[in-house]
Design a protein around this ligand. Structure first.
Ligand SMILES: *Cc1c(COP(=O)(O)O)cnc(C)c1O
Length: 380
């Protein structure tokens, strides 16, 4: 029996053709023409004027935070339940992440808890859309307006998603994307910062490339890093982007199919199909174990692996990260819903290349495991 991986990208469009074009023309560096074309098309898809491609989604968050002038002592509000890239973009600059709990159903930041976290040091809100449904952007934008805060939108998992009909990636001062292979558009590795501000875009272009001074090369007034994105990555990204609508449709069908297969399994909480502001695009198909189930997500991932199924646990909360605890951050903080998701949430194979017969196997194995688990818990 062959292993079903947690993710496998679909690369049967123009990827090979565009990559060959890179080789044939000799354009493999970040100066190549696909980079600009990808920036234009991706920013347009997100409803933005400017796009600056960078080496990955983590780099995009770092560049965005630097471009907005986040600095030592500033506070940035964000969900505790997210990937560490979000907190890192802030702590690397000497600023402090201020955390908020999550909604147990949509997995996104509980926006009603933001206001009481705002202090005179608060500089920005980092909105993160998680696992397929957008965060409540209206609430976030209203608070930002009221308190004169910047908004960074992490749309790394949201290619092709909309919030109340407007594209994710179009909200706030600056938005970021990732093109890691498990995202709806991949470039192998890659990221992008998108914005409507020419000034911010110019700043990001400089930050991406060692902050060379525009008048004299090799002279620097500021320090950043090398965050460049190559023409080879852009070739793949561009071919992927051409199929974005199709990819979103594939993911939605995948979500519908899994839900159909799993809806009667006791003790499994399935992803929300839609809210009043968006329809799930299932970045991954995330499942949460019910309170009555004693098993943890780590144990579940192991059981699934033994059955030949690749699965992953959900993110681990920022306030429980050993690295931040050691640094004295987030002492005695606790966020109940987020901690629950981090211990009980996991996702099953949901890559773009997943086939229906593989989904059937995944659903069957998961059902079988759940039955065994409920039996040993004494609930059946
Ligand atoms: C994937 C992801 C990132 C990081 O992107 P990389 O390209 O892996 O660095 C950032 N934020 C979120 C929400 C993500 O899912």
């Amino acid at each position: 029996m062959s292993f079903i991986p947690v993710n496998e990208p679909l690369l049967n469009g123009n990827e090979k053709k565009y990559l060959c074009e890179c080789i044939d023309t000799g354009w493999i560096s970040s100066e190549g023409p696909f980079v600009k074309e990808f920036e234009q098309k991706m920013s347009a898809a997100a409803g933005r004027k400017y796009g600056v491609a960078v080496s990955n989604g983590t780099a995009a968050l770092e560049v965005a935070a630097m471009a907005l002038g986040i600095k030592e002592g500033d506070e940035v509000i964000m969900p505790t339940f997210t990937i560490i890239s979000c907190a890192m973009a802030v702590t690397k600059l000497g600023a402090v992440p201020v955390l908020v709990d999550s909604d147990p159903k949509t997995f996104n930041m509980r926006t009603e808890e933001i206001e009481k976290k705002i202090t005179p040091k608060t500089k920005a809100i980092l909105a993160v859309h998680l696992y397929g449904l957008p965060a409540e952007m209206d609430d976030i934008l209203q608070l930002a307006e009221k308190y004169k805060l910047k908004v960074i939108e992490d749309a790394a998992e949201m290619h092709g998603q909309t919030y109340k009909g407007k594209p994710c990636g179009s909200f706030g001062d600056i938005s970021t994307f990732s093109f890691y292979p498990n995202k709806h558009v991949t470039a192998g590795e890659g990221g992008m910062v998108v914005t409507d501000s020419e000034e911010l875009a110019e700043k990001c272009r400089s930050l991406r490339n060692l902050c060379f001074r525009s008048d004299v090369r090799y002279v620097h007034d500021e320090i950043s890093d090398n965050y460049r994105f190559t023409n080879l990555q852009a070739a793949v990204g561009l071919a992927q982007l051409e199929r974005l609508d199709e990819f979103v449709a594939i993911k939605r069908e995948m979500g519908r199919y899994y839900t159909e297969q799993l809806k009667d399994v006791e003790g499994l909480i399935l992803p929300v199909e839609k809210t009043d502001y968006a329809e799930n695009i299932y970045w991954v198909y995330g499942v949460v174990l019910g309170e009555q189930i004693k098993l943890t997500n780590r144990e579940m991932v192991k059981l699934l692996a033994e059955e030949g199924i690749g699965a992953r646990t959900f993110f681990w909360c920022m306030h429980e990260q050993p690295v931040y605890q050691k640094a004295g951050l987030f002492q005695d903080e606790s966020y109940q819903n987020a901690e629950y998701l981090a211990r009980k949430g996991f996702y099953i194979p949901s890559g773009m290349a997943l086939r229906k017969e593989q989904m059937d196997i995944v659903a069957d194995k998961l059902k079988k495991i759940m039955k065994q688990v409920r039996r040993s818990d004494g609930s059946i």
